[in-house]
Write a protein that binds this ligand. Structure first.
Ligand code: NDP
Length: 277
């Protein structure tokens, strides 16, 4: 099988360039507040990447590093202050947060109009109702990859492994609205490979390194790998055993360089969208 490797980096770059042009042409001054409430090196790297990407597009950014001993109420006060600041258009909470904090309570205190991660109940509700407000960045990115690759969705069977609020659930809604027949799998699904083998579009978002093997995939299927893990030699890898699945899939997103860059660019596009409103 001549499997196409989807270049998410290039798709994201094209979108980033278009956004930069839009910001310039329309004389916009979008601004994003990023809240970092953990000490993890990986989170610091992700936040730096996001700030760099903001610079490329012309989005102002401010980073709020939360001290380790800050309380939930301290952070909610900060969020309220940002909610009321008309010069801030987007508020993004980098996940995870320190153990003593409750990420959901923090997210729900963000104004839905500034919720550029699309995770408040209002924005999730809007998505389910088909009235798109700010949509979660990664599922939005997957839809853009599928559109860019001209993957026909109507009537196709899409199987998603994962049902998180951050990814799996909004992904299911977007595919349903694109007229796919959607099956949502999770850790209690019985005989997962027998279900994934039926997928025209298979999307894996579990965080289980290289779980999806070639005999889980139908010939010619489109495989989207959202997972991020490290393999035994410390290198980044996804949920899909890409070397094996490459011989079966019609098209596949690599890790890194597949879905990840789309997540970042959609944080930017949601910020621009919020600024325009
Ligand atoms: P969660 O941990 O919130 O959800 C994981 C989901 O996978 C759950 O629904 C869980 O089932 C399911 N799952 C876990 N193990 C298995 C298994 N063995 N078989 C079947 N289902 C399983 O993670 P997220 O949704 O937030 O993220 C998923 C992955 O995607 C992570 O690796 C994350 O790092 C990555 N990610 C990547 C992004 C990117 O930009 N590329 C952006 C966001 C996430 P159950 O509900 O039953 O527990």
């Amino acid at each position: 099988m001549n499997t196409r490797i989807i270049d998410g980096k290039a798709i994201a770059k094209a979108k980033r360039n278009k956004l930069a042009q839009e910001v310039k042409d329309q004389n916009l001054s979008p601004s994003l507040a990023i809240i970092l409430a953990n000490d993890l090196d990986a989170s610091a790297i992700y936040v730096n990447k996001k700030m760099q990407a903001c610079d490329e597009v012309g989005i102002k950014h401010q980073l709020h590093r939360i001290p380790r001993n800050a309380s939930q109420d301290d952070i909610i006060s900060l969020i309220e202050q940002l909610n009321n600041d008309s010069t801030v258009h987007g508020i993004f909470l980098q996940l995870p947060v320190e153990n003593h904090l409750d990420s959901n309570t923090l997210i729900q205190s963000i104004s839905p109009n500034k919720d550029v991660d699309g995770l408040t109940h209002v924005n999730v509700g809007r998505l389910v109702a088909g009235d798109h407000g700010l949509v979660a960045c990664t599922p939005q990115g997957v839809m853009e990859i599928l559109a860019h690759e001209k993957i026909d969705l109507s009537g196709k069977h899409a199987v998603i492994i994962g049902r998180s609020l951050l990814f799996g659930k909004p992904m299911g809604q977007l595919l349903l609205q694109a007229n796919c027949t959607v099956t949502q799998c999770h850790s209690r699904t019985i005989d997962l490979p027998s279900i994934t083998r039926q997928a025209d579009i298979l999307i894996a978002a579990t965080g289980q390194a290289k779980m999806v093997k070639s005999d889980w995939v139908k010939n010619g299927a489109t495989v989207i790998d959202v997972g991020i893990s490290k393999n035994s030699d410390g290198k980044m890898c996804g949920d899909v055993d890409c070397e094996e699945v490459k011989n079966v899939a019609g098209a596949i997103t690599p890790v890194p360089g597949g879905v990840g860059p789309m997540t970042v660019v959609n944080l930017l596009s949601n910020t621009v969208k919020a600024a325009k409103k």
